[in-house]
Design a protein around this ligand. Structure first.
Ligand code: NOJ
Length: 551
């Protein structure tokens, strides 16, 4: 028998389960959440830049893929100094993406298709073009508006040195000096990211009020939740003490620092949770929280705080059976005490796509994807990973837009390669992304990775994802949960675990993953094959291959 990814017959596009009966469904405990990066998903007006009408037109594709929710990276009014993570107006859509009518139509259509919608909220910093920051600059030192950000006099004789030694995550000092209204050198302001992204001062009540109001604005628009950008950064250690180290910080780092993961952040999320709970339909908060340990991350997910956090410890783990087993156990163990679901993620708009990052090409990427989708909890899929897209590693410098690329000693500088617009068709000026070009050039090889090319081909990565999500939705042992039972009689380099059927049907599930470069004989046949990440004939488990079994 040669097994690829034959799609089991299940219903697609279920209607959203509501809480009409008053019973919570806990939909988010097992949701597969698909990240749309609006610039690069679909271009509705042919200007080379993705937009909301483009996304709206492609929602049926996402419903058909079988995801539960869509997370949209920022589409707010923004000068785009950091691809929209520099927000100038939290209640407006950037004209390059559309307008509020488009957002409304998108949310409505998504709901009709059974898809929930999660939007990004960016509370750590605004754009330097935000009205508050502009007024604070104009009004000069002493203005109460300056207290909404972190303005400080400089150190040194004439205030010519930054107020402390903090570094920007994008490289260089985390402080920029302002000019006074009369043109003389003035105070400095804090920006943990680019200079165009001044940090808010969350000790200021107006900031807290403003964000509670922003949350309500979008909840009233009908969104089902928020992905909270830099959720660990809002509160800074009192007095802004030196960090006492000089190495370049990492965007996705986990060091203990005086501006990350301070205990004061939790009070903010408790107040946000109260707002989320006022709305019907189980609206959720998802933390992008980089903390020193999974236990620290779990604190954001206590029952009166947020619902989920990205599991970056998992994303950071290489293709190694022992390391994967350790991080899976650690992730499940750390969430259990707070009763939150573990999440799993392999790719997003800030990291090298996992097909390239894991170093084993498409076969390994597919195996990694099936492992992730077999784990208990919620999973995040980044647009294009279902097509098996690799990172684009040869973008010419002149087309790059990532701000960290342009900063002195910028340490990332590689984020454009995972942001290249995705191919929908095998031909056309931007492979169906839009009727015009594409803001970043797409490799020619992407023609054969397009949605059109892969649809209906049972060996394609797209059909593997469709099948996996259908099995996951239907199988009583998959989805929510907090435990895996490791099967220890498998050879080194093979991860094997069982998940018990939750409905008493006895339909258990086994996942076997060969992380090695050679085929491995299985000690026992675990059951009936449900799905395989590569060609599988029922004998030895091929190199870099995951097989799902009903046991
Ligand atoms: C995390 C976002 O994912 C990233 O793209 C952005 O640059 C930083 N936060 C700053 O907002």
């Amino acid at each position: 028998m040669t097994q690829h990814s034959s799609a089991p017959a299940t219903d697609t596009a279920p209607a959203i389960r509501t809480d009409a009966t008053g019973e919570p469904t806990g939909w988010w405990r097992e949701a597969v959440i698909y990240q749309v990066y609006p610039r690069s998903f679909a271009d509705g007006n042919g200007d080379g830049m993705g937009d909301l009408p483009g996304i709206r037109a492609r929602l049926p594709y996402l419903a058909d893929l079988g995801v539960d929710a869509v997370w949209l990276s920022p589409f707010y009014a923004s000068p785009q100094a950091d691809a929209g993570y520099d927000v100038a107006d939290y209640r407006a859509i950037d004209p390059m993406f559309g307008d509020l009518h488009d957002a409304d139509a998108l949310i409505r259509d998504a709901h009709e298709l059974g898809l929930r919608v999660i939007v990004d909220v960016v509370p750590n910093h605004s754009s330097d073009r935000h009205e508050w920051f502009q007024r604070a600059l104009r009004e000069g030192p002493g203005s109460p508006l300056r207290d909404r950000y972190h303005f400080r006099p400089g150190r040194g004789r004439n205030g010519e040195e930054p107020p402390n030694d903090w570094e920007s995550i994008f490289g260089g000092p985390a402080w920029t000096r302002t000019k006074n209204p009369d043109g003389t050198p003035g105070e400095w302001y804090l920006h943990l990211f680019a200079p165009e992204q001044p940090d808010f001062n969350w000790e200021n009540e107006a900031v807290r009020d403003e964000f509670r109001s922003v949350l309500r604005f979008w909840l009233d628009m009908g969104v089902d939740g928020f992905r909270i950008d830099v959720a660990h950064g809002l509160v800074k250690a009192p007095g802004l003490p030196d960090m006492g180290r000089t190495e370049q910080l990492k965007l996705l780092g986990n060091q203990a620092l005086p501006f990350f993961d301070q205990d004061g952040v939790h009070e903010i999320y408790r107040s946000w949770r109260r707002i989320l709970d006022e709305y019907p339909g189980e609206r959720i908060g998802v933390a992008e929280a980089w903390t020193p340990s999974p236990e620290r991350t779990a604190l954001y997910l206590r029952p009166d705080e947020l619902h989920q956090a990205f599991n970056f410890h998992y994303l950071d783990t290489g293709w190694n059976a022992e390391a994967l087993r350790a991080v899976i156990d650690e992730s499940l163990d750390s969430m259990r005490p707070v009763g939150a679901p573990t999440t799993w993620v392999l790719s997003n708009h800030d990291v090298v796509r996992h097909r390239t990052r894991l170093g084993g090409g498409l076969g390994r990427a597919r195996a990694a994807s099936l492992l992730m989708l077999a784990l208990p909890g919620s999973a995040y899929v980044y647009q294009g990973e279902e097509l098996g897209l690799p990172e684009v590693t040869d973008l010419p410098d002149e087309v790059r837009q990532d701000p960290s690329f342009f900063r002195d000693n910028g340490q990332d500088g590689l984020r454009d390669g995972c942001r290249v617009p995705i191919p929908w068709t095998s031909t056309g000026p931007s492979y169906g992304f839009g009727s015009g070009g594409s803001w970043l050039p797409q490799p020619e090889e992407w023609a054969k990775l397009s949605v059109e090319e892969q649809t209906g081909d049972p060996t394609s990565t797209l059909e593997m994802y469709r099948s996996a999500l259908a099995v996951r939705r239907e199988h009583p042992a998959l989805g929510a949960g907090d435990a895996v039972e490791w099967l220890d009689d498998f050879p080194a380099g093979v991860l094997a675990f069982r998940r018990r059927a939750a409905d008493g049907s006895g339909r258990d599930f086994v996942c076997t993953v060969n992380t090695t470069g050679t085929p491995v004989e299985l000690p026992t046949v675990p059951g009936r094959v449900l799905l395989a990440s590569g060609e599988y004939d029922g004998g030895a488990l091929p190199a870099d291959t995951t097989v799902w079994w009903e046991a």
